[in-house]
Design a protein around this ligand. Structure first.
Ligand SMILES: [Zn+2]
Length: 307
């Protein structure tokens, strides 16, 4: 059990606990313990595991498929890894509609883990599959988390276990599965480094400069700025958002994913009281500048130069 914990747990100073509605709260008053992890495995509490340690290192990568289609894509990834010349080990954990593909390694920088995982997904044409860790480096809060395997999911009250490529249980009992995951086969760090080194550098383009032929309408500079880019698109460059547009608020020490972008209303909002609004409001807070200065900076980023 202690080795099972060591496989997945990246930090002990705090832990995420699943709520009956499927969301997580961060517990910071009491540290994580082996006793709590035993309770998780007994199905008495459901815990999450943070994807990065306090030094922004990862010892696992979790690829998260949300649909049956993406799940079959992950099966393809697993097949190619396991049956490749290097026989790269990975573990399949199906869930309600999709599932997780886990790769274990000795601790590597979160940035390396993400580049490796992203490359794997690109080469398998799986743009919708999410990569955990979601952050290359921690800035605010503890970052992303994944449900700790072999517990009970509080949304469907099921215990999801690991399977083989053929879909049969990895081991007949949960106890035996725990034993396997306590000492998983790990991807050699050298292999990951070699793969990452071979990825061509992405072309450096400024993500915000996009004033090609498109005309940006509006009577005032602030109106034109707001019309030049959606709040979601703009904010995503600075905050890691999940598929529901939620993330850790960059404006306070957030462990509850209080920050969100409402795509219909085209505004951002922090439920913990940091305010919300347009891209201009975001930039004023982000840069800690006054309105006029924010307009000046955003116009330079987002609007075509005045002729
Ligand atoms: Zn906030």
């Amino acid at each position: 059990m202690t080795f099972y914990a060591e496989t997945f747990i990246n930090r002990w100073d705090r832990y995420p606990k699943q709520q009956p509605d499927g969301s997580y709260v961060a517990v910071q008053r009491t540290p994580l313990s082996y006793w709590l992890i035993a309770q998780h495995l007994l199905g008495r509490v459901t815990l999450g595991a943070y994807a990065l340690d306090t030094q922004s290192r990862a010892k696992w990568i979790c690829l998260d498929a949300d649909t049956p289609n993406d799940w079959s894509g992950l099966l393809r990834v697993a097949q190619n890894l396991l049956r490749s010349r290097d026989q790269i080990p990975c573990y399949l954990e199906p869930s309600r509609r999709g599932g997780h593909l886990w790769l274990f390694t000795n601790p590597i920088p979160g940035s390396v883990a993400r580049r490796f995982a992203k490359h794997l997904l690109t080469t398998h044409d799986l743009p919708q599959v999410e990569v955990y860790p979601k952050q290359a480096e921690l800035r605010t809060g503890p970052g992303s988390l994944v449900r700790l395997p072999l517990g009970v999911h509080l949304l469907d009250h099921k215990r999801h276990h690991f399977v083989t490529l053929e879909g049969t249980p990895l081991a007949p009992t949960i106890r035996e599965q725990i034993r396997i995951l306590a000492n998983p086969l790990r991807v050699p760090a050298g292999y990951i480094e070699q793969q990452v080194a071979a990825i061509p550098e992405p072309q450096q383009v400024s993500p915000t400069r996009r004033f090609q032929a498109r005309e940006i309408i509006g009577d005032t500079p602030s109106e034109r700025i707001k019309n030049s880019i959606s709040v979601l698109e703009f904010v995503s460059q600075y905050v890691d958002l999940d598929r529901n547009g939620r993330g850790y608020c960059p404006f306070h020490d957030d462990s509850h994913m209080s920050f969100g972008v409402n795509t219909e209303g085209n505004f951002w909002h922090c439920f913990a009281g940091c305010g919300g609004g347009s891209v201009i409001d975001f930039w004023m807070r982000w840069q800690q500048v006054e309105f006029t200065q924010a307009i000046k900076e955003l116009a330079a980023q987002l609007l075509p130069p005045i002729r």
